[in-house]
Design a protein around this ligand. Structure first.
Ligand code: ZN
Length: 325
């Protein structure tokens, strides 16, 4: 078993042999791009990438090569008629405990540029399944799919996508006596005032001095008017749970799941993400009234560097929440 987990599995890796049988099988039936290669999609891509190359504009425009996959994507509605080999392979891995997945890399090859009006077709095969591998994340298999992109009969490019599907490794126990510290916020010139306020137990909201609009999180400019000048108002600390999630996984150092992360709507109207405290995680509800308090984390030991971390959190008001807690 130990040898198998290190990838020297040989014949003992029965699962691996079953997975290998999927190599070369179609992961999807031949697909059609939902749109012809077109100027608006190219323009949006170039704007998002900040690419101003003149080759991508005008009547003789070509599509940026890295857009290759974009022409094959199914969007929210997806493509119809997908073959099941890919899903079957994933089901096998899930059943074997390889329930986690992480994308590892992608390779593209470009054989000729795509031009305005090209009608893209594609098919995807499961190109390879690796031997069982052990990584820092856990033990599993790398699965590579290859999508061949065609215009008519011409192969114009290929897109390889590799994922690791794995059984997560057990978290290493911290050595006794050491305690994971919370990640520190990244303080920069745009948000320093906020964190200075938190240090003083003040929750400061930015206010545009041109139009008066409040904003959070802190930004260099006003979303409403573009104004760059601002001052602050101190939050009263009253608010309600506007929305929330309960974190179960993945575990982070210094956090003890499950715990509730709330999107708190402050009485002033802006919203802030923070922990909801004072009730069990499964009692947090939308609309609960909460009040700001400041908590100190990571009180320094003698050999610790730096001070504790002060964070604004929101306590559920039990008297108004009706029997929680
Ligand atoms: Zn403004």
């Amino acid at each position: 078993m130990e040898a198998a987990a290190k990838g020297e599995s040989g014949a003992s890796d029965e699962l691996g042999a079953r997975l290998k049988a999927y190599e070369g099988r179609a992961a999807s039936v031949t697909g059609r791009g939902k749109d012809l290669v077109n100027e608006p999609m190219i323009r949006h891509w170039c704007e998002a990438m900040g690419d101003t190359d003149p080759a991508y504009t005008g009547p003789d425009a070509i599509a940026p090569p890295t857009m290759l996959q974009a022409w094959t994507m199914g969007g929210l509605s997806g493509h119809t008629g997908r073959a099941g080999a890919h899903d079957e392979l994933f089901d096998l891995l899930d059943e074997a405990g390889c329930t986690s997945v992480v994308a590892t890399d992608c390779e593209q090859e470009y054989l000729r540029p795509l031009r305005l009006g090209d009608e893209v077709g594609f098919d995807t095969v499961i190109e390879s399944v690796s031997d069982r591998k052990t990584t820092k994340l856990g033990t599993g298999y790398f699965v590579t799919t290859r999508t061949d992109v065609r215009v008519g009969q011409d192969l114009v490019g290929t897109h390889r996508f590799r994922i690791l599907k794995y059984a997560p490794a057990r978290q290493k126990q911290e050595p006794t006596g050491t305690r994971a510290r919370r990640l520190r916020p990244v303080v920069n010139r745009d948000n320093a005032g906020f964190w200075e306020g938190v240090e003083r137990h003040q929750l400061l909201i930015q206010r545009c001095t041109d139009c008066g609009t409040l904003r959070h999180p802190w930004l260099p400019g006003c979303n409403a008017c573009g104004g760059l000048d601002w001052d602050t108002v101190e939050a009263s600390g009253e608010g309600t749970v506007y929305s929330y999630v309960v974190m179960h996984h993945p575990p982070f150092p210094a956090f003890d799941p499950p715990y509730a992360v709330g999107l708190i709507e402050l009485a002033e109207g802006v919203r802030i993400v923070s922990n909801v405290v004072g009730v069990p995680y499964d009692k947090v509800r939308i609309g609960l009234p909460v009040r700001l308090e400041f908590r100190r984390y990571d009180e320094p030991d003698a050999d610790d560097e730096g001070g504790p971390l002060v964070l604004p959190v929101f306590r559920v008001l039990e008297d108004r929440a009706g029997g929680v807690g």
